[in-house]
Design a protein around this ligand. Structure first.
Ligand SMILES: [Zn+2]
Length: 268
């Protein structure tokens, strides 16, 4: 059997039930409850992948301090990448050409999405991130990183609006919306029901691996970052090669996508 390695990047704002930043912050009491649900949702994805022939699983904890998933409660077939490496790979650290597909769990809509649950882009200071004119949520950016090593993104779970944004960028991607935003509120699935849907969704996605193309844009890549604060544009404009577009927007054009990754790592 050919090897079928699966990479799973896990955020927390799109985990079932999460509605408040405090629920995603490790120094808050309510966080302990939601990190357990986060771990269970990753396990559901792992089960779906294993059912359809995954031969190895790497889980990248990709929220906050990147030490959220509970190691001894994670499926024993998976290896867990914890903490930040301080490299441009960030939420995709650990992926390489050997993986057959990538899966995103607990993802959220991009900054400024009305009705999005805890919607933001990167550290929260970005108003809009565009590559070649296309506005991207973290999912889109991370899918471009996956494409840099030729890996397709086949599945996402999170709020209903990141699912919609994912389908607009990646035709054929399987999505499971575990909650729907109503202003500052959201309507959630039962966590157990969400896990069952994630298991089934990942299993169907595994059957489409060869039909879903990596998310690819054409070089050269022109990145535009619009900030919520002009102070950050002042700073980013000093990056070598960067160009100031207006009071709050900085741009950089790269031939090699890895140069874009380095740029966002320093100015995101
Ligand atoms: Zn997060």
């Amino acid at each position: 059997m050919a090897s079928k390695k699966i990479f799973i990047s896990v955020d927390m704002e799109g985990i079932t039930g999460v509605i408040d930043w405090a629920e995603t912050e490790s120094d808050k009491a309510e966080y302990q409850y939601f990190r357990k649900i986060m771990t269970d949702e990753v396990n559901a994805a792992i089960e779906g992948a294993l059912e359809k022939g995954a031969t190895a699983i790497v889980v990248r904890d990709a929220h906050g301090n990147a030490k959220n998933i509970i190691p001894d409660q994670l499926h024993e077939k998976a290896r867990l990448l914890r903490a930040w490496a301080n490299s441009p790979w960030v939420m995709m650290e650990g992926i390489d050409e050997s993986f057959a597909a990538a899966i995103f769990i607990g993802y959220h809509a991009k900054a400024m999405t009305a009705q999005g649950t805890l919607s933001h882009t990167m550290r929260g200071d970005i108003f809009d991130l565009r590559v070649n004119g296309i506005s991207l949520p973290e999912l889109g950016w991370n899918a471009l990183i996956a494409n840099h090593v030729n890996v397709p993104v086949i599945f996402v779970s999170g709020d209903n609006l990141i699912c919609q944004q994912a389908r607009e960028l990646i035709p054929g991607i399987e999505t499971v919306a575990v909650k729907q935003g109503f202003g500052e509120a959201n309507l959630n699935l039962n966590p157990k029901a969400a896990q069952e849907k994630i298991r089934q969704g990942v299993a169907s996605a595994m059957e489409k691996i060869d039909k879903i193309a990596p998310f690819r844009l054409k070089a050269p890549y022109t990145m535009e970052i619009a900030y919520k604060k002009t102070r950050l544009a002042n700073q980013a404009a000093w990056y070598p090669g960067a160009e100031r577009k207006n009071d709050y927007t900085v741009s950089l054009t790269c031939e090699n996508f890895f140069d874009c990754m380095k740029f966002l790592y320093f100015v995101g």
